[in-house]
Design a protein around this ligand. Structure first.
Ligand code: SIN
Ligand code: FE2
Length: 200
């Protein structure tokens, strides 16, 4: 494991070994079955290329009504529980007594990307966000706490974990592109990113 600090983002390269990564994929399988991935649209009706679902008490949603957290999947069922293995990563890296109440599950297929944004739909930005990368390599871009300015990029690989806390909690970030099929973790290729948050 190798640790890197980039603009306050605490990047743990290869935090999870292959066995741990495969275990997480197994733990996600029933979640994706119970709470299928959604192709979200923004409030302006623009379809996002990333597909999403969630685990935990709250799931992050976007549709014509805008960005928000909801206690149910649009299908009308509560979100599945966050797997223990995922909660353990949060606990190990943050040392916090409080557990995340939301785990956003993003799936990047071929060509998917995510524009620069801040995570700011949560009530209290003093809690960190923990991000787990699984599957294909992704080019992660980090900007500033306000829109614009110079950015820096780093490739995130399967098993990398990033903690966004302190001043970096509100730093713009996004995924420019993935290297589709660069990893064999997911049989059909693609990338899964988990972000753990405290919403309330
Ligand atoms: C996000 O910012 O929600 C996702 C980041 C990532 O996919 O690594
Ligand atoms: Fe984000």
């Amino acid at each position: 494991m190798n640790r890197l600090l980039l603009r306050g983002f605490d990047i743990r390269k290869s935090y999870l070994d292959g066995t741990a990564q495969a275990g997480l994929i197994e733990a996600l399988r029933p979640i994706l079955k119970a709470a299928p991935l959604i192709s979200p649209v923004t409030s302006r009706g623009q379809k996002m290329s990333v597909r999403m679902t969630s685990a935990g008490e709250f799931g992050w949603i976007t549709d014509r009504a805008g960005y928000r957290y909801e206690a149910q999947h649009p299908k009308g069922l509560p979100w599945p529980a966050i797997p223990e293995d995922v909660l353990r990563i949060w606990q190990e890296l943050t040392g916090l007594d409080r557990r995340p109440d939301s785990c956003l599950i993003n799936y990047y297929g071929e060509g998917a990307r995510m524009g620069l944004h801040q995570d700011k739909d949560e009530a209290d930005f003093s809690w960190p966000v923990v991000s787990v990368s699984l599957g294909d390599d992704a080019l992660f871009r980090i900007g500033n706490t306000t829109r614009g300015g110079k950015t820096e990029s780093i490739w995130l690989n399967s098993g990398d974990v990033v903690v966004m806390g302190g001043p970096a909690r509100l730093t713009y970030h996004g995924i420019d592109r993935i290297r589709f099929s660069s990893s064999r973790l997911l049989p059909k290729g693609g990338r899964i990113n988990l972000t753990l948050r405290i919403v309330t």
